[in-house]
Design a protein around this ligand. Sequence first.
Ligand SMILES: Cc1cc2nc3c(=O)[nH]c(=O)nc-3n(C[C@H](O)[C@H](O)[C@H](O)COP(=O)(O)OP(=O)(O)OC[C@H]3O[C@@H](n4cnc5c(N)ncnc54)[C@H](O)[C@@H]3O)c2cc1C
Length: 443
Amino acid sequence: MPQLKVLISGGGIAGNALAFWLSKLGHTVTVVERFPSLRISGLQIDLRGFGIEVLKRMGLDEAFRKHAALEDGMNIVDDAGRRWAYFGANKSGRGVQSFTSEYEIMRGDLTRIIYDVTNKERVRYIFGTTIKSYTELDGVDGAGVEVLFADGNKERFDLLVGADGIGSHVRKMMVLGTDASDTGTEVTNRDDGYVPLKGVYIAYFTIPSEMKAGESYAATSYATTKKRMIMLRRHNPHTIQVYMICETDNPRMRSIRRGDVEEEKKAFAEIFHGAKWRTEEFLKALETNEDWYLERVGLVQLDSWSRNGRVVLVGDAAHCPTASTGMGTSSAMIGAYILAGEIGRHCGRGDDGSRGEQHRVKDGLAMALKAYDDKFQPFMKRVQKGLSRDTGFWWMPVTWWSVLFARLLAAFIAFTRLNIVGEYFLSESVGDWKLPDYEELRI
Ligand SMILES: Cc1cc2nc3c(=O)[nH]c(=O)nc-3n(C[C@H](O)[C@H](O)[C@H](O)COP(=O)(O)OP(=O)(O)OC[C@H]3O[C@@H](n4cnc5c(N)ncnc54)[C@H](O)[C@@H]3O)c2cc1C
């Protein structure tokens, strides 16, 4: 089979995982990343269910464990910081994970682990640029996609992959036309598959905080009225991660221009005004904080992740399931594995170096991308079940009564040790869906 020439836009978890597998299959890959270097920012992420199995099939279990975050569970606390419940991580190797997975890690560490083991003889990385547009070719002069980069260079590829995250520009071009502009997750009136959840925002930042004697690495979660939550996590003895989560129709928040960090912080101060526990301390820390990142929470839902056998999406760009499902990174890893597996199955290996059999490339890719949709869409439908534009984060309490009820329920579940967190509150359980096994990808 001919060697494929693949362009991946986005060097995050999905882009690197796909580059890893395709280079194992002997194909040549270019990864173009907007950031000037490997983008290793971001806070704690985790792997669950089949995401863990894919990590093992990549041979990266040990490397992951070396860098794993030490979080061993999560406390649920009240206004005074009193503990109502504790959910330990499920380290038994059986059943679904809890709020804390057995596989917790900082985003940058997982990105680097995959990047480091990716074969650089077959994968070329271009940092600090983006794709401006592409043209599908299907004539005597050539076949595939011709890509115009923002720096003015042009190059032909057999396949273009959008692994450029939730605001994917490749997705916009694929769905809306190749003149679609790169607007991130800004909501436009043109539907490109991005579905913002009703008024849901998550702010992420870190603050210096020395670990005290007797303090553990457990996360702490505090929920209060009006759909407001704060979660703390610790990944080293000197820093804590703060997550402020809310569902709101605050007018200030709704009118903020994209990227106006000062306004975002002011809006959060307004929204969290009056909340108790350590809220004041975090709002104060915000004033001088420099790694604040605000996510306007949304999903990506498309009936098909590819067009014409030449352009395909993977990871958040294709099917972002929101942070509330706990399945973003696992879905990205599983999707990259299935896409590579189907390419291996229908297009074969590229090791023999032959080129020029374009009709076979075209047919093989068309079959591979269709099989990727057929096999993986049912998984993502299960993961995204119940989430839509109108639902928001329905499970967050509004009144004091519902806050009290939520704490009592948490205490009951923790006390009775019902292992139902991953089953009902997160979306790890995907029924009888099975991870395909690709002989072509066996290491
Ligand atoms: C900086 C950052 C911080 C994050 N922090 C968290 C976190 O704290 N907790 C959490 O749960 N999830 C976080 N996420 C999201 C999480 O990484 C993903 O949900 C999940 O891992 C799936 O990964 P992905 O590779 O599909 O997308 P992403 O991890 O979003 O990676 C997309 C990559 O594409 C690049 N990119 C974007 N646009 C273009 C473009 N036009 N051209 C070329 N490259 C482009 C981005 O720079 C990024 O490297 C973060 C993502 C990013 C980018």
